[in-house]
Design a protein around this ligand. Structure first.
Ligand code: ATP
Length: 228
């Protein structure tokens, strides 16, 4: 069952066009990775899906509803949990408060998040602003999960983190996948992302240029689309 269908979207920043035709599908229970070199439009695609930058052309259907034109809080309410680039928690709230203010009914509760990230569980009373970068990232993921979304979107969730914390985050992502969560992930750690993804979508200069399963993304194709 299709959860998210993005068709031929075009998105602009003022007069400057960033997306020229992005197509992307995420089905229920599937992990899809959006790939491409720097500046090819991955974050802009995510911003368009979440209504933070409105697509000017094309269609975005989420859970059977056209979402182009809806404000981002409405789209979030329909069931998209975004972990934006650069995390963003409330620094002056505790870990627990950050989670509680985002919570909506469902299987992802405070206890479930605590169990997924024991490190965070030990720091429930600590102010978010005093967490390490990796812990803040876990909190950002926890905050998205506790909204009980039907689609989780991770934009560079492991960027700039210590290897040991990265491993924890990848372990959490693999667990979410096993538990049937649908995830759209952008990440520069190619081997990890190809390992967890069911399908890949590659962007080049604001367009979808390739889509397929990780096994079909040969070294030649990786070189062509992702090499530096
Ligand atoms: P990266 O991996 O570097 O984050 P990306 O694939 O996510 O890259 P985007 O951030 O979506 O790429 O950028 C796509 C294009 O849109 C780029 O040409 C970029 O310069 C431009 N762009 C992104 N954000 C803005 C903005 N706020 N204002 C103007 N142009 C922007």
């Amino acid at each position: 069952m299709t959860l998210l269908q993005v068709s031929a979207i075009e998105t602009f920043y003022g007069p400057s066009q960033a997306l020229f035709g992005v197509d992307l599908e995420v089905r229920k229970g599937e992990v899809v990775t959006l790939m491409g070199r720097n500046g090819m439009g991955k974050t802009t695609t995510i911003r368009s899906v979440c209504g933070m930058t409105q697509a000017r052309a094309g269609r975005i259907v989420f859970s059977g509803r056209e979402v182009v034109g809806l404000p981002s809080h409405r789209i979030a309410r329909l069931g998209i949990g975004l972990v934006p680039e650069g995390r963003r928690c409330f620094p002056n709230l505790t870990v627990r408060e950050n989670l509680v203010v985002s919570a909506r009914p469902g299987r992802w509760t405070l206890d479930a998040v605590r169990e997924l990230f024991p490190r965070l569980g030990e720091r429930m009373a600590q102010y978010a602003g005093t967490l390490s970068g990796g812990e803040q990232q876990m909190l950002a993921i926890g905050r998205a999960l506790i909204t009980n979304p039907s689609l989780l979107i991770l934009d560079e969730a492991t960027e700039g983190l210590a290897p040991i914390i990265r491993d924890d985050i990848w372990a959490a992502i693999r667990r979410l996948k096993r538990e049937g969560e649908a995830i759209l992930v952008v990440d520069k750690t190619m081997d990890e992302v190809l390992d967890v993804a069911d399908r890949c979508v590659v962007l080049e200069r604001g367009r979808t240029v390739w889509a397929g399963v990780p096994a079909e993304l040969t070294p030649d194709l990786q070189d062509r689309y992702l090499g530096v």
